[in-house]
Structure formats: structure tokens, C-alpha cells
Design a protein around this ligand. Structure first.
Ligand code: PLP
Length: 420
């Protein structure tokens, strides 16, 4: 159910055509056309995804795995086919390496809990960075507290990159886990994850966990060549439904890890005093799952592949280039993150000196422009750059150059209103 090839002309996206798939974008806010620049928080959903979920509920729904009847068979097939589809999205070797979760946060909590039980003890070290979304920080803090492990932080350079020299020096015999973002939601930095994988492998026996919440929706991810052990991502940031995500994991580690939650579906046999576990990945999926969510996430993968992921990435890059060049002309405006476009995703965080990021976002909203302001669940990032918040515009396949120009104009208006 992907887009026809006509959504791409040469290597350029036909954005007008793509926008027909996203009716939500065709509305006004206070009489102004909506300009949706908040896809890093959550992306919009095309009709193809909405239809897939609707069709599932209209025709195929029942509980999965347990039933022998026709609808149970269909629902199970839809659920497991979706797993295989999402496995292909990150080029996993086997669908059984995909564990369904509620999203990136739950995927990271699962790894922190289970790998923590299996591998992290008193005095062991867990390396994270000052770039983390709280979802890839708080679970590790909880683990460190529980098991008496030590959290260590890779700091950020002024350009918003990870300090890899520091990471190299930190890695050692005590390092049990390295958990880092593929792409920063607060800076837009695309981290050199292959290089990080080589570093971690070369200098430790640590497990490498990547937070792929902002990576999987925008970059071609190949978990077989990244050199990581776990990759976590969310459906709702890649045009799929909310409350749905996935964890890709190294099969051997998944086998080794204890379950995350107990309940139906995740057991092999239950005795009075103990239980044995179902095969991976079902061992990690207690209870009735979000079957429609899985169907929607697979439909989103179909849709984005149908458009062409490489062309989407190029489109986001060109919007980012335009945004940076226009915003750089606004007096007193500072943009965070790496200068080189190759190193950044379609995320442009900025502040205007002497104004509050929230006020800027509010004035943009009055012009129909949806952006986000705050610490973006990455408080260590705003602390590092000594601001309390940033205003963040983020782009996806359905955004246009005109919208970026409206953003720049809106930011100019905000500056004039706030600073005179
Ligand atoms: N990690 C990053 C980098 C994110 O941007 C987000 C969401 O904004 C998350 C993790 C958490 O994702 P979710 O809220 O879908 O669990």
C-alpha cells in the first residue's frame, strides 16, 4: 500500500501530491493555514495508515495467538506479518529480533531492566551522554540506583557533537552498557553510530543500545551493520500510530535476558511456584498486545518506503538548509547543533536572545505555525548550552519550502513583537 512512484520526480519529492495523503494538514488555525513543524514530537498519519488500522478493525480483529478460529488466525497473521515488515524497516536478519513495545521509552526501559538484571552489577559502569532524551537517561539512572552501578556521561562539544575522544577514554573492563542516541531530538545531531559501534567493540565487552526514536523515521537504518546490540524506535514518529514501537535486539542477548513484565502470552508453562518463558520475542510481550498499532506501524513503513526514504532524507536536508540560512539572518537568533548538513537531521532548535522560547512559539502559533518550545525532554542539552529552553522546528516529508519561509517570517514577527 505504498505511494505510487509519482510521489518522487527525479530525486525530488512531489510534496503537493504527498500532502493529499495527509488531510489533517489541510486546515486553518485562527484563520491561517496550518504549518505543522513539530514532527520530531509526533508525525502526522497518511490515509494509508489510517485505512490499514480501520480495515483491520472492520474485518480482521480478534485476540492473537490463542485462538483457532478464522479471525484469530487473521489477527495473528496481521500481527506477525507486521513484525516481519518492521524488521525489514531496520534490516533485521529475523523478525523474532523485533519486540513490540509501546514506543521508544518502553523499549529502552525494557532493555535497561532486563539487561540490567542479566549483566549489570555493583561498581559496573553505564555510559550515556549529555545528549540524551530522558527516555534514554532515566531508565539507566533507575538501574544504576538499583544495582549500585555508576553512570558516566559523554559530554558535548560546542557544535553539539558527542565528544568521542572522551568516550574512547571512558570505555574499559567495567563498562557494561553504552546507551546513546542515533539522532538528537534537541539538537538534530546525527551521531556517527558506526564509528561508535567500532569504538565500543574495540575497547569493551559492553552492550551498545541506540535510541533510534529520531533515527528510524528519517534515516535508512541497518541494524546488521551499525554494530549495536539494541535499537529502539517509535511508530508515531514515522507516520504510524501512537502507543506503538519496537525494540530490535541481538538474538543471543534477548535469549539471555529475563522477561520485563509477567502475564499471559509470555509464558511457556506456569507452575505454582514458578514459570518458564515463551520463545523470544514473545517472552517480552505480556498481555494482549496493540495489534492494530502493529498493523499501523507496518503500514507506515510501507508508505514511507513507497515514497522513497532516500528522497525523503534529501528533502528534509533541503528544508533544513533553507531554514538555517533564513533564520541565521534574524538578529540575535542562535541555532544549536552541528553546522554541517550531513551531520544534522531536519530539526532546527534556536533561541532569540532576550526572549523566551515559549513566547516565540506562542506567537508562531498565533500565525498558524506549530513548533515546540522547552527542553524537549533533554534537560541536559539545554543545561549544556546554558539556556532554559529552545524553540524547535522539525520537518518531515510533507513540509514545503513555503512553510519554511513562513516560519522565518513568523520568527521575525515574534522578534519584533517581543523586542520591538
Ligand atoms: N528518544 C528520543 C530521541 C525522542 O525524541 C523521543 C521522543 O520525543 C523518545 C526517545 C521517546 O519516544 P516515545 O515518547 O515515543 O516513547
Amino acid at each position: 500500500m505504498g505511494r505510487p512512484a509519482s510521489a518522487v520526480t527525479g530525486s525530488r519529492l512531489d510534496v503537493a501530491r504527498i500532502r493529499e495523503d495527509f488531510p489533517i494538514l489541510d486546515q486553518t488555525v485562527d484563520g491561517r493555514p496550518l504549518v505543522y513543524l513539530d514532527s520530531a514530537a509526533s508525525s502526522q498519519k497518511p490515509l494509508q495508515v489510517i485505512d490499514a488500522i480501520r480495515t483491520y478493525y472492520l474485518r480482521d480483529h480478534a485476540n492473537v495467538h490463542r485462538g483457532v478460529h478464522e479471525l484469530a488466525r487473521r489477527a495473528t497473521e496481521a500481527y506477525e506479518d507486521s513484525r516481519a515488515r518492521v524488521a525489514r524497516w531496520v534490516n533485521a536478519a529475523d523478525a523474532h529480533e523485533i519486540v513490540w513495545t509501546r514506543g521508544t521509552s518502553e523499549a529502552l526501559n525494557l532493555v535497561a531492566f532486563s539487561i540490567g538484571q542479566a549483566r549489570v552489577g555493583h561498581g559496573d559502569e553505564i555510559i550515556v551522554s549529555a545528549m540524551e532524551h530522558h527516555s534514554n537517561l532515566v531508565p539507566w539512572q533507575l538501574l544504576a540506583e538499583r544495582n549500585g552501578a555508576k553512570l558516566r556521561f559523554v559530554e558535548l562539544t560546542d557544535a553539539g557533537r558527542l565528544d568521542l575522544d572522551q568516550l574512547r577514554d571512558m570505555l574499559g573492563a567495567r563498562t557494561r552498557v553504552v546507551a546513546l542516541p542515533h539522532v538528537s531530538n534537541a539538537l538534530g545531531t546525527i551521531n556517527p553510530v558506526r564509528e561508535i559501534g567500532r569504538l565500543v567493540r574495540g575497547r569493551s565487552d559492553a552492550v551498545l543500545v541506540l535510541d533510534g526514536a529520531q533515527g528510524a523515521p528519517h534515516l535508512a537504518v541497518d541494524v546488521q551493520s551499525l554494530g549495536c546490540d539494541f535499537y529502539a524506535f517509535s511508530g508515531h514518529k514515522m507516520c504510524g500510530p501512537t502507543g506503538m514501537g519496537a525494540l530490535w535486539g541481538n538474538r543471543q542477548l534477548l535469549e539471555e535476558m529475563p522477561p520485563y513484565q509477567g502475564g499471559g502470552e509470555m509464558i511457556e508453562h506456569v507452575y505454582r511456584d514458578h514459570s518458564t518463558w515463551a520463545e523470544v520475542p514473545h517472552k517480552f510481550e505480556a498481555g494482549t498486545p496493540n495489534i492494530a498499532g502493529a498493523v499501523g506501524m507496518a503500514a507506515a513503513a510501507d508508505y514511507l518506503d513507497g515514497v522513497d526514504r532516500a528522497a525523503i532524507h534529501e528533502h528534509e536536508k533541503s528544508l533544513t538548509r533553507r531554514a538555517i540560512s533564513l533564520l541565521a539572518d534574524v538578529e540575535g537568533l542562535r541555532i544549536f547543533g552541528p553546522g554541517a548538513l550531513e551531520e544534522r537531521a531536519g530539526v532546527v532548535p534556536f533561541v532569540i536572545d532576550g526572549t523566551s522560547a515559549q513566547d516565540v512559539a506562542t506567537i508562531l502559533d498565533a500565525q498558524g505555525i506549530a513548533v515546540r518550545a522547552g527542553h524537549h525532554c533533554a534537560q541536559l542539552v539545554v543545561d549544556r548550552f546554558q539556556v532554559s529552553a529552545t524553540t524547535r522546528a522539525s520537518f518531515y516529508l510533507y513540509n514545503t519550502v513555503e512553510e519554511v519561509e513562513q516560519l522565518a517570517e513568523g520568527v521575525r514577527t515574534a522578534r519584533n513583537v517581543l523586542l520591538g
